[in-house]
Design a protein around this ligand. Sequence first.
Ligand code: HEC
Length: 119
Amino acid sequence: MHRLRLYFSITLLTLAALASDTPFAQEPMADVSSGKALYDTFQCWQCHGYEGQGGRSGPRLVPSSYPYVVFNQVVRYTNLMPAYSPNELSDAQLKKIYEFVQSLPKPSALEDVSKLKFD
Ligand code: HEC
C-alpha cells in the first residue's frame, strides 16, 4: 500500500514538472476561443488558413509583429484583401481575432526542420 502511494506521488510530481514546462504555466494565456470563432465566422481562414499559415489567396499571418493598430488598419483599408468595415466587423470583434492570431503557434525556424537537413 505504501509503495502504491509512493508511485502515485511520483506520478503527480512528474505531471506537475511536465505541466510547469508548458508556456501556459509560465504565462497564462487569454481565452482566445471567441477570437477563433470570429476568425471562422468572418472567413479569415478561407485565405489565411486555420492556423494563419497562409494559402493560395492570402499571405501567412503568423508570426506577425504587427501591433493591433496596424492589424486593424490592414483589415479595414486594404487593396488585395476584401476590406472589413466596422459596421460589419466591430473593433471589439477584430481585437478578439487579433488576440487569437497572436496566440497561434509560431512556425519552426527553417534550420530546425529536420526534413530540410541534408547532412
Ligand atoms: C478573400 C481572401 C481574404 C480574406 C477572406 C481575408 N483576407 Fe486578409 N489578406 C488577404 C490578402 C490577399 C492579403 C494581402 C493584401 C495586400 O497585400 O494588399 C491579406 C492581408 C492580411 C493581413 C496583412 C498581412 C501582412 O503580413 O501584411 C492581415 C493582418 C489580414 N489579412 C488579416 C485578415 C483577417 C483578420 C481576416 C478576417 C477578418 C482576413 N484577413 C480575411 C486575403 C484575405
